[in-house]
Design a protein around this ligand. Sequence first.
Ligand SMILES: *Cc1c(COP(=O)(O)O)cnc(C)c1O
Length: 383
Amino acid sequence: MRQKIRFNSKTIHGGQHPDKAYGAVMPPIYQTSTYVQTTPGVHKGYEYSRTHNPTRTALEKSIASLEGTKYGLAFASGMAAIDNLVKLFNPGDQIISTNDLYGGSYRLFRQVYEKYGIVFKFVDLTDIGLFKSHITKQTKMVWIETPTNPMMRIVDIKTISKIAKEHEILVGVDNTFATPYLQKPIKLGADLVMHSATKFLAGHSDTILGLLVHSSDKLHEKLSYLQNASGAVPGPMDCFLVLRGIKTLHLRMQRHSENAQEIVRFLNQHPKVEKVFYPGNPNHSSYQLAQEQMSGFGGMLSFLTKTKDRKKIDQVLSKFQMFTLAESLGGVESLVGHPASMTHASIPIAAREESGIFENLIRLSVGIEDFRDLIDDLKKALD
Ligand SMILES: *Cc1c(COP(=O)(O)O)cnc(C)c1O
């Protein structure tokens, strides 16, 4: 695209052009491992699909356009993207992260990378003073999730980035929950954004894929080297599915947000609900910050039931009919989950409860069905 276009057009056209071979409007699925060379080293820009693949290139350009960055890199999963990033660091380097981190990221940091000598500090990043007090000469990156999972806390990307810059600390943001439709971390000062495209970007619960996006030439050289050296790249079919999902991202995110707002209104006044966690809820502890940093609040929320009896909570969970009890999030269909025993089971109980993930916490990924049917389902399950 030559002209400057707006976000809702970028989802469809950003970084895209009709295919050069036959003019296909959608990037074809280039299901090939290798490419012809006319003489050794002379080719059309592609040699081997671990290094580059045209379908993957189309996706990498699409996400870079959406986040407003120079570079995008695609990986076999969100975890593979984070793994690639952590490989930038050396023994002794320190990474500061949030204390209610995505369970898989926590596991990767603690169980895989600590033994290579990288030091991780898990800190409540909503407390700026606490963040500052953990910075040392060894601190090389701060890893932000916002809204956090599943407590929906809001971390101030702008303030943290400003402090991090003063100490030459890299700022990475897991933007999976918000997507670039609701939040643009790079504009707020972050250096790098990661996505589990498995979730809202692909949006149809049919593929696993991860993305890293940023604008630094120096970082790109290192990250693309590692991407090729380690080889955790997605196949062309998966890239195609994410590209297709992205084309309706703006429509879906709008509906996810509207539906979640309706559900929050319902849960707020429900006699069996103790507390609702949603950044768009006026009683949310960081409502003001959420207003400033996000352009809407998305489809993720969690709530505490009044009962703490695990048997009764399991009964509630098994009564859902439209909400499917499953891991994951961000698809067109609504899902319900129990963080303490599902997504966050790999975090030790003490650490889990310190960040607010109690047995009576239920997480919803609100889909794009008719919200009245979703509310009927919640009514019956909570009854
Ligand atoms: C799912 C998820 C990941 C991991 O992504 P995968 O695609 O499952 O590997 C990382 N961060 C967040 C916030 C997630 O929800």
